[in-house]
Write a protein that binds this ligand. Structure first.
Ligand code: HEM
Length: 224
């Protein structure tokens, strides 16, 4: 029993993390020109806009919420007057909002990819697997928000902190409901798969764009 937990909640996450790190390095060295979001905007714009906007805003805030909510120990939040009850309420309402946006966006993107004639003409299994996996992971998370009502602060949260600080304790996951276990296992699997998909574009977010000085374009004197 303990061995199974160690395999699933310690060995498997580190395998996925190692694949994530080595996979990105390998992809960068071997496929630098393929390192992009493979935008299909020039093929179809309307459905992409709705799906992509919902999905991207939803998923980026989902990431931030997971990072802030799970990696920050409750005792630190207590000092700022955010007790575990308030923490769970914030997590519920914000998780509901961003989860619905990300899930709806992922379904719209998937529908576009599978039903639009131009998108079908450039069909790639990898793209469909990526969006389906994202929809499943986000859907599983949203299911937990709506139906789970389980306090993750004293089990899943310290477990994930143990993984990132190299002090893993798989037994923290023992009492966690199955739907939460499925969600975290799917998360790790997606992390391990991501270097081999278009998700590499996440690490090339053009953040410098926000801070760089504006570029001024002027016509040459005499040009109309
Ligand atoms: C960090 C900031 C991000 C930026 C600047 C960004 C930018 C882009 C751009 C320019 C595209 C191509 C045009 C489009 O399809 O909308 C795209 C597509 C995509 N992005 Fe992102 N992205 C970001 C984060 C993410 C994250 C966190 C995920 C998922 C974990 C993600 C998943 C996707 C997917 C699945 C597509 C393909 C959509 C489709 O064509 O069906 N992106 N992204």
């Amino acid at each position: 029993m303990e061995l199974n937990y160690t395999l699933v909640f310690t060995v498997f996450p580190y395998l996925c993390l190692a694949t994530f790190v080595v996979g990105h390095a390998y992809r960068y060295v071997t496929d630098r020109y393929g390192w992009n979001a493979r935008s299909s905007e020039f093929l179809e714009k309307k459905a992409l806009f709705a799906g992509s906007v919902f999905f991207h805003w939803g998923i980026v805030f989902t990431f931030l919420g997971h990072a802030g909510g799970l990696l920050m120990p409750q005792r630190i939040l207590d000092r700022f007057g955010i007790d575990s009850q308030t923490h769970m309420e914030i997590a519920y309402w914000s998780g509901l909002a961003v989860g619905i946006a990300a899930f709806a966006g992922a379904l719209l993107l998937l529908k576009r990819r599978l039903t639009h004639s131009r998108m079908r003409a450039v069909y790639r299994l990898n793209d469909t697997v990526t969006i389906t996996a994202l929809a499943m992971v986000v859907g599983a998370g949203l299911y937990n928000v709506v139906f789970g009502h389980y306090n993750v602060l004293y089990s899943v949260a310290p477990w994930i902190r143990g993984i990132v600080t190299f002090t893993p304790d798989a037994m923290l996951m023992k009492a966690v409901p199955l739907s939460y276990k499925n969600h975290v296992i799917a998360d790790w699997a997606l992390l391990g798969f991501s270097p081999f998909s278009r998700l590499v574009h996440i690490w090339s977010a053009p953040l410098f764009y926000i801070f760089r000085a504006p570029i001024v374009f002027r016509r040459r004197a005499g040009q109309s």
